[in-house]
Design a protein around this ligand. Structure first.
Ligand code: E4P
Length: 219
C-alpha cells in the first residue's frame, strides 16, 4: 500500500519524506489556501517545489468545472512536472475530461467520490486513481471503510487498472482499516502517519532496555 501525504505544507511533506515511507502527495484548493498559497502563479510554483521534494505522484487539482476549462488547466498542470497527476472532480464534465486525459496519456485522480457508482464511472473513463473520501463519509455517521472495500471488490471483479486512493483519512486506525480491505493508496495527514509509530508498550519497553543497559554500563 502506497502512502501519500495530504497537505500543501512543505514542512510536513519534508518530515514525512524524512521517515522514508512517502510515495506521493495530494493537495486540493482548501489545503493550498490553508498553507497561504494563493494566486495561480504561486500555486503552480508550489506544485513544482513539492515535485522536487518527493519522488512520486503529486496530485494537482483543476479549478475549472467545464470540460474545455478542465482540459486546458489539466494539460498545463501536467506539463509542470512528469510526476503531476491531474485531479478532476466527479461531475459529468469531469468524467469527459478523465476520458480525454486517459486518451492523451495524462494521469488523473478522480476526486470527491462518495459512492461505488461514481467509482465505476471514474474507472470506465480511465482514471488512474479514484479518491473516495472515507473520513467525510464517517462524518455523516456512515461507514467510510465499507465504501473502500466495496470499490476494491468491484475493481477486482473487472480488472480495472484504476487505483483506489483512500482519501479524507482522519486517523491511524483508518490507515490500518484501508490496508485490511486492500486499498492501493492512502492519503493522510502527517499526524495519522506518525500515529502509526505509537504504542505505550514500545515506550515502556525501550525505557526498560536502556535502564538495564545503563545498570551494566555505568557512565
Ligand atoms: C484528498 O485528495 C482530499 O482532497 C482530502 O483527503 C480531503 O480530506 P478532508 O476531508 O480532510 O478535507
Amino acid at each position: 500500500m502506497k502512502f501519500f501525504i495530504d497537505t500543501a505544507d512543505l514542512k510536513e511533506i519534508s518530515e514525512a519524506h524524512a521517515l522514508g515511507v512517502l510515495d506521493g502527495v495530494t493537495t486540493n484548493p482548501s489545503l493550498m489556501a490553508k498553507s497561504g498559497i494563493t494566486g495561480q502563479q504561486n500555486i503552480l510554483a508550489h506544485y513544482v517545489k513539492i515535485c522536487e521534494m518527493v519522488e512520486g505522484d503529486v496530485s494537482a487539482e483543476v479549478i475549472a468545472t467545464d470540460f474545455a476549462g478542465m482540459v486546458r488547466e489539466g494539460e498545463m498542470l501536467s506539463e509542470l512536472h512528469p510526476n503531476i497527476v491531474v485531479k478532476v472532480p466527479m461531475i459529468a464534465d469531469g468524467v469527459k475530461a478523465l476520458k480525454y486525459f486517459s486518451g492523451k496519456g495524462i494521469r488523473t485522480n478522480c476526486t470527491l467520490v462518495f459512492s461505488a457508482g461514481q467509482a465505476i464511472l471514474a474507472a470506465k473513463a480511465g482514471a488512474s486513481m479514484v479518491s473516495p473520501f472515507m473520513g467525510r463519509i464517517d462524518d455523516t455517521n456512515w461507514d467510510g471503510v465499507s465504501l473502500i472495500e466495496q470499490i476494491v471488490g468491484i475493481y477486482g471483479n473487472y480488472g480495472f487498472a484504476t487505483e483506489v486512493l483512500a482519501a479524507s483519512i482522519r486517523s491511524s486506525l483508518h490507515i490500518v482499516q484501508c490496508a485490511e480491505v486492500g486499498a492501493d493508496i492512502v492519503t493522510c495527514p502527517l499526524s495519522s502517519i506518525t500515529g502509526l509509530l505509537k504504542h505505550p508498550l514500545t515506550d515502556v519497553g525501550l525505557e526498560k532496555f536502556l535502564a538495564d543497559y545503563r545498570k551494566g554500563n555505568p557512565v
